[in-house]
Structures are given as C-alpha cells and as structure tokens.
Design a protein around this ligand. Structure first.
Ligand code: PGA
Length: 253
C-alpha cells in the first residue's frame, strides 16, 4: 500500500518549551503507526534536534525541516542548506509551501533546485502545490497546479520522483477554516496522479503519496483521508493541539 502520512507543519509558532510539551503529549498517546503509515513533524529549525531526538526511538515518527536554501552553500547569512539538514540527521523537508511562494517569492525554477538539493542529500522533499482563490473561481485550478508540478518536478526521472511526497494545499483553504470538500480534494488528487502517470508512468505515479492540506482537523480528517487518492494530510493549526493531531494520526487509512 502507498504510504499514508500525517505531517504537522508548525510554521513560525511555539516556544521551545511549548514545542517540547506538545511533542510529549502527542508521543504519550502511544499511537503505533502501521508499516505503511508515517507521522512527520515539520518544525522550526531551532527545534529540529529536539524533535529528532524525541522521535528517535519511535516507530515511523520523523522530524522535518520547513524549508532549505536553493544554493548548496556559501555567503547566504541566515540561511540553512539541505546538506546541513542531512548532517544533523533530518530526512524530510517541505519545499514550496504557498506561504514561501507568496512572501519569499519562490518560483518554480527555484523550487526545482531545492528539490534537487534535497534529493542529493537524501532528504525526502514534501513538495507543496495549490491554487489561490481567484484561480479556483476561474475554474482553471487543474492547469495551474499541473504547471507547478511541471516547473519543479518534471526534470526528475521516474525512479527519483517516486521517492518524493506531494502536498496539495489550495491556498484558499489554508488557515481559513474553509476545507476543500472531500470530492474537491479527491478530484484534484486523482487529476494530479494522472498528470504524474502521463509523465512518469503509472507505476511511479502510484507510489507517490499525495497529502491534502488546508484546514484539516480531527473532525474532517477521516472523511478526507478516506478518498482513494488522498494519502493523509499536511496540517497547520490543528497539528499544534495535541488531541487534534492525535485524532488526525488515527484517521490515516
Ligand atoms: P492549516 O495549514 O492546516 O492551518 O490550514 C496547512 C498548511 O499550511 O500546511
């Protein structure tokens, strides 16, 4: 079975003390992922080592970065490279979150270089895509999101692309409390899997977990995840409330 994933994205929230408490509360629930399931915490850089060491002994729990720089190394004060993340044992990194595309002006070509650097450094990229409200209202969301995949992933070969994770996050659903309906999520995920199959073949496309993100919470996770092409969620707000995230993990199929 394709990997099913509950990924927390804390963004720029929580102090170290709050982060430690939250991790303890979630891990204390002792939810044992099945062999095809994975729980990932995408945390701010200063909490990566804490998170890594907290989950070290746990089965299928991992720490993830929320970003890495698009250059290998050099005079980029304040930035963090994929190589650095690898050197401290981090195995996942979010690439191209819509907040970074918008506020840091990250474009498709830049994200393609981040994807390459992650892969070179044995880090699994969690590649984010998704359309803003105006595009959804114009009804051109399929073309828009397909282009995002094309710009940042189509240079890869089938074997490599089958190792990454994709997160479809409609921008209008992020942090708004407005979730895509189960049907809207399934429709887009199925479409994206088709786009990937056309380019890379059905076998590779079937391996890639496609997570849904945008106001996932305990009350809607099970229904969203029940769709055949929705392989779990990338969760912001609700991932910082222990009881909520615990239920979201339990909702994985
Ligand atoms: P949200 O954020 O769950 O708070 O909508 C999701 C995300 O941005 O990854």
């Amino acid at each position: 079975m394709r990997k099913q994933i509950a990924a927390a994205n804390w963004k720029m929230n929580l102090t170290y003390q709050q982060a430690e408490k939250l991790l303890d509360e979630i891990l204390d629930a002792r939810i044992m992922p099945k062999p095809h399931q994975e729980v990932i915490f995408a945390v701010p850089y200063p909490y990566l080592l804490l998170t890594r060491s907290e989950v070290e002994e746990e089965y299928h729990y991992s720490a993830s970065a929320q970003n890495c720089h698009h250059k290998k190394s050099g005079a980029f004060t304040g930035e963090v490279s994929a190589e650095m993340l690898h050197s401290v044992g981090i195995q996942y990194c979010i690439v191209g979150h819509s907040e970074r595309r918008e506020y840091q002006h990250e474009d498709g070509a830049m994200l393609a270089t981040k994807i390459n650097l992650c892969i070179e450094n044995e880090i699994v990229p969690i590649f984010c895509c998704g359309e803003p409200l105006s595009i959804r209202e114009a009804g051109t969301q399929n073309e828009y999101v397909a282009k995002q995949l094309e710009e940042s992933l189509f240079h890869l070969d089938a074997e490599t692309v089958s190792t990454i994770i994709i997160a479809y996050e409609p921008v209008w659903a992020i942090g708004t409390g407005k979730t895509a309906s189960t049907a809207q999520a399934q429709e887009m995920h199925q479409y994206l899997r088709g786009v990937l199959a056309n380019k890379f073949g059905a076998e590779a496309a079937n391996e890639i977990p496609i997570l849904y993100g945008g106001s996932v919470k305990a009350s809607n996770a099970e229904e969203l995840f029940s769709s055949p092409d929705v392989d779990g969620g990338l969760v912001g707000g609700a991932s910082m409330v222990a009881e909520e995230f615990i239920e979201i993990i339990k909702a994985l199929k």
